[in-house]
Design a protein around this ligand. Structure first.
Ligand SMILES: [Fe+2]
Ligand SMILES: [Fe+2]
Length: 266
């Protein structure tokens, strides 16, 4: 299975068209089964920014493009324009991949006019229902905000505010992979057998210690490779190894001791 993870396009501020042009050309040549775009298409959530982002993304030849809003897209009621131009802010998709299928769930973690994000208790049951019982291939979550602090990004102010609850849910549902953006620095964690993969900003100079890039992810049997791709400038390995866990620490208390879904809380 091939995945292109391309985030934080940031039309409207420090956006570099040549980077986006190069990334789109390279991603089409990569022929991914999934293009995951975890947010921040825009800078201020204005409609013309979304329209410009859409005109670029229309050039993707992949039939499975999954997009969620980021905190910048939630500014100035940008979620209205997001819904008009890209559809629902949360989605669930089953896609054909070599050797089977994959389940891809996308969640909007943005809050209007805030940089902080959350999934929200009211969405836990829906998230659970999408992944529970799925046994036909990889389970992948696409979400903008980070579940864990990312190194090399300075002081952390807006980690997902319910990250602990979401990590517990992902652990119980044995979700394989989380694809996120937001911090503009690529990194990979393996937490309770969920790979948490961040990419940088693909097409803006809003970098921290990093530079513009996107991720190419390849799953082949038990092996995974995550490759940093610098648009027009080559590539570099980010992470590789066994896709399936080498060890699995069982955690025995039931999830409900820590996380209860909203229905039971009300
Ligand atoms: Fe961003
Ligand atoms: Fe962001």
């Amino acid at each position: 299975m091939r995945i292109a993870q391309m985030s934080d396009i940031h039309i409207g501020s420090r956006f570099v068209p040549d980077l986006m042009d190069a990334a789109l050309e390279e991603i089409n040549a990569f022929e991914p089964h999934l293009v995951a775009i975890p947010g921040d298409l825009t800078t201020k959530g204005y409609r013309d920014e979304f329209e410009e982002a859409k005109s670029y993304l229309n050039r993707l030849e992949c039939e499975n493009v999954v997009i969620v809003p980021g905190n910048h897209d939630g500014r100035n009621v940008g979620y209205y324009h997001f819904e008009d131009l890209f559809g629902k802010r949360a989605s669930s998709l089953e896609i054909s991949v070599p050797g089977g299928e994959a389940k891809v769930v996308a969640l909007d973690s943005s809050e209007p006019d805030l940089d902080e994000g959350q999934v929200g208790r009211e969405n836990y049951a829906w998230l659970d229902s999408q992944f529970r019982g799925w046994d036909r291939g990889p389970k992948i979550l696409v979400i903008h905000h980070h579940l864990l602090d990312i190194p090399g990004t300075g002081r952390d102010r807006n980690i997902l505010s319910d990250a602990g609850d979401i990590l517990a849910i992902l652990r119980e549902l044995e979700v394989d992979m989380v694809l996120s953006g937001h911090r503009h620095v690529p990194y990979v964690y393996n937490v309770s057998n969920t790979l948490i993969i961040h990419c940088g900003t693909v097409s803006s100079t809003r970098n921290r210690g990093s530079c513009p890039l996107y991720n190419r992810i390849e799953l082949d049997g038990d092996e995974i490779e995550v490759t940093l791709s610098y648009p027009g400038e080559g590539e570099e390995a980010l992470a590789s190894g066994s896709w399936r866990p080498l060890a699995n620490i069982r955690f025995h208390p039931p999830r409900e001791r820590y996380v209860r879904y909203a229905l039971g809380d009300l």
